[in-house]
Write a protein of this length. Sequence first.
Length: 400
Amino acid sequence: MIDVLRVGLTGGIGSGKSTVSRRLVELGAVLVDADRIAREVVAAGTEGLAAVVEAFGEEVVGPDGEMDRPKVASLVFGDPEARRTLNGIVHPLVGKRAAELVAEAGPDAVVVQDSPLLVESGIAAASPLVVVVHADAEVRVSRLVGSRGMSEEDARARIAAQATDEQRRAAADVWLDNNGSPDALTAAVDALWHERLLPFEENLRLRRPARGGARGLVDPDGSWPAQASRLRSRIAAAAGEKSLGVAHVGPTAVPGLPAEDVIDLQLAVASVEDAVTVADALAEAGFPACVPSTQDDPRGTCRHASADPGRPALLHVRVHGSSGWRQALLVRDWLRADATARAELLAAGRAGAAEPAGEQGASRCAGRTEARSETVLPSAERWAEETGWSPEDATDEPDH
């Protein structure tokens, strides 16, 4: 069991990612630098360099026996197949060494995994939290030309070869804007460290959901589906082959519906035994169990809640085909399709929001949201019968 918080840190060239990583180390983080590791795994005498030579020829080795990085860059730049070959050699070696460094970190560490290709390599879902450092393209070009001596043409080509801002934003749990002053960036990093990373690490280590959180209904947030998508990918990666699908359910999955700012998710598994089996992996991914599953639970449900104080979320682990699994999808799809039902649920929700409530972890894990769903099930079932709805027809995110 890995009792550390792994934070993925990325950003485009010239964005200021290195500045952020240095400040996090000053605050106490353990840095795992993918660029540095990438150099180490192809150093002279390594199996990595031998594999690169086999793929690209002896010409990629300089007189000193080290890999000629400019030569390799010239071979792969603009050649997607060559780049895939190089990445296929280097990325697994980097991943292996990074995992070793994470395992060596202290039991209460915040491990920052600095990777310029976190998005491009598709490994963002392996981190419980992803931080993206952003600066506009023109700001980045100016920095690269002014501080690194690049030509403008080279700077623009390197920026264009990396992930787009939209791709990075889709992966980002935290978006650090670095278009302003260095002091503003430092202040943002310090706030992130004290208000989110340290509490998240403590919750993760103690295997407890985040406490508190916003109460009451809020206006619909157009970013809820994107936030849910990130969490779904993270949960699916943690559950591995035990996952039979992760769905966005609950009020935030219904477009246009005011709701509590809590993302509800449902992980389908084959059995209650599988729900128990994946509990530790889900905890490491940021979702500790708050109501453990039992072998005699007729609904086959295990409830987990987010340990991240910056993103309240509730995860139901349910047996695929069970009544609880079906009902979550049914109520969601019925509300998406029926405006009158949404209005009635909203009225009931506003009345319920005025009632006293306990802390987030206790009340939500006790099934407060589910209890409300039970009161609308007869209407949802009638809708299913009239329309011929089945859970196999359900799509996770509708058109907005």
